[in-house]
Design a protein around this ligand. Structure first.
Ligand code: AMP
Ligand code: ZN
Length: 114
């Protein structure tokens, strides 16, 4: 985990623009935003991918979704609308190997996956 960039953000050794935090979850602005609102929501516990989360870890996924609701309210896209995405493994487009959820909003998102 020492080399994991998102674990370093949790530890505070790499800076981030924090949006929300609770005991399980941290949310911060994406460093290369793809939309006016682009927040990364991560569990503080390290899971490499969505597929690595075990039954005990499902509480982290629940906390990430609840954090998504709160982030949407904080960023004022809760009524306008937004999208949450988890990229998993190579063909899913994952590049950071610490489970994370993107929350995108602030514009009319296009349909389509690629
Ligand atoms: P993914 O393709 O789902 O693995 O997306 C990883 C995301 O993390 C990308 O949108 C990156 O811009 C974002 N990212 C990488 N490093 C940082 C960082 N230090 N702070 C904020 N966002 C980051
Ligand atoms: Zn990590």
């Amino acid at each position: 985990m020492e080399e994991c960039i998102f674990c370093k953000i949790v530890a505070g050794t790499i800076p981030s623009r924090k949006v929300y935090e609770d005991e399980r979850v941290l949310a911060f602005d994406d460093i290369h935003p793809m939309a006016p609102v682009h927040v990364i929501i991560i569990p503080k516990r390290h899971w490499a991918t969505l597929m690595d989360v075990d039954s005990a870890g499902m509480a982290d996924l629940q906390a990430m979704m609840a954090a998504g609701q709160e982030v949407a309210r904080l960023k004022k896209v809760d009524q306008r609308g937004f999208r949450v995405v988890i990229n998993c493994n190579k063909e899913g487009g994952q590049v950071v190997w610490h489970l994370h959820m993107h929350l995108l909003g602030g514009l009319r998102l296009k349909d389509g996956l690629a």
